[in-house]
Write a protein that binds this ligand. Structure first.
Ligand SMILES: Cc1cc2nc3c(=O)[nH]c(=O)nc-3n(C[C@H](O)[C@H](O)[C@H](O)COP(=O)(O)O)c2cc1C
Length: 236
């Protein structure tokens, strides 16, 4: 059949349209997949930069992005944590916490050592008012730098106006209060789920293990992450 005969066929227009649509959607899918990959790479790069900001230089010798885990906290979605390791041993953890500021959600990345002492915190995302609430950014002021080295035991986790240790900003208390509360909650979460977050019993202290953990300890096993997620799921 030559082209002219084909064109005069009743099925030619819908077939042609179908082919064009197929080509268009295939190229769209290809472009979307390439974009997704680029976005994933950019996000990983950003996260790596942020991790480097909350952890002191040389603190860990592992690739934290490759050492992530999900920990059930019993509050909403599981907490994604990145484990800092030295010679294969977890020496800290990094995770995100969320505060409700004046302009909306504030996303904070915080790093703690294995004892729950804050190594560093950085605001990743916020919509606070420039000149008022944005002093929470490390680039705008060193306010958040004051958090490092503090723990639940060594600080009163509230702004000074509320009886705590942290400065509020002139005419803008809502934003710093939200950040302090969020980091405080993060430290509480770490304390409650220390073993699961570190992927091992804290300080070799086995006293708070569930029966499952006790049995593993008796067998002399080092505790894999799964053991702890199972323990959490069983509510221990
Ligand atoms: C336009 C506008 C923007 C504001 N932005 C912020 C902000 O980003 N962060 C903040 O804490 N307060 C902000 N405030 C002030 C709060 O409304 C509130 O008065 C203040 O946080 C309370 O702090 P104070 O108890 O020290 O007065 C803003 C107020 C106005 C009118």
């Amino acid at each position: 059949m030559d082209l002219e005969t084909l064109k005069s066929h009743a099925l030619y227009p819908p077939l042609l349209l179908g082919c064009v649509a197929l080509l268009a959607s295939a190229s769209l899918a290809l472009a979307a997949s390439a974009t997704r990959e680029a976005i994933r790479e950019a996000e990983a790069r950003d996260l790596r930069d942020s991790l480097a900001q909350v952890l002191p230089a040389g603190y860990a010798d592992n690739d934290l992005l490759a050492d992530s885990a999900q920990v059930e906290t019993g509050r909403g979605a599981p907490l994604t944590i990145y484990r800092a390791k030295r010679d294969g041993v977890t020496c800290g953890a990094v995770f995100r916490v969320y505060g409700k500021g004046y302009g909306g959600e504030i996303v904070i990345l915080m790093a703690v050592d294995q004892e729950g002492v804050l190594l560093g915190a950085r605001v990743l995302k916020h919509t606070e008012t420039p000149g008022l609430g944005d002093k929470i950014e490390a680039a705008k002021s060193d306010w958040i730098g004051e958090f490092s080295g503090k723990s639940l035991a060594t600080a009163r986790w509230a702004v000074k106006k509320d009886g705590g240790d942290f400065d509020q900003f002139a005419g803008a208390t809502i934003t710093p209060r939200a950040v302090v509360n969020a980091v405080h909650t993060g430290l509480e979460t770490f304390r409650q789920h220390q073993s699961a977050i570190l992927g091992r019993p804290a300080d070799g202290n086995f006293s708070s293990l569930s029966p499952l953990g006790e049995r593993a300890r008796e067998r002399g096993e080092f505790f894999p992450n799964e053991t702890f997620s199972q323990e959490k799921e069983h509510g221990s």
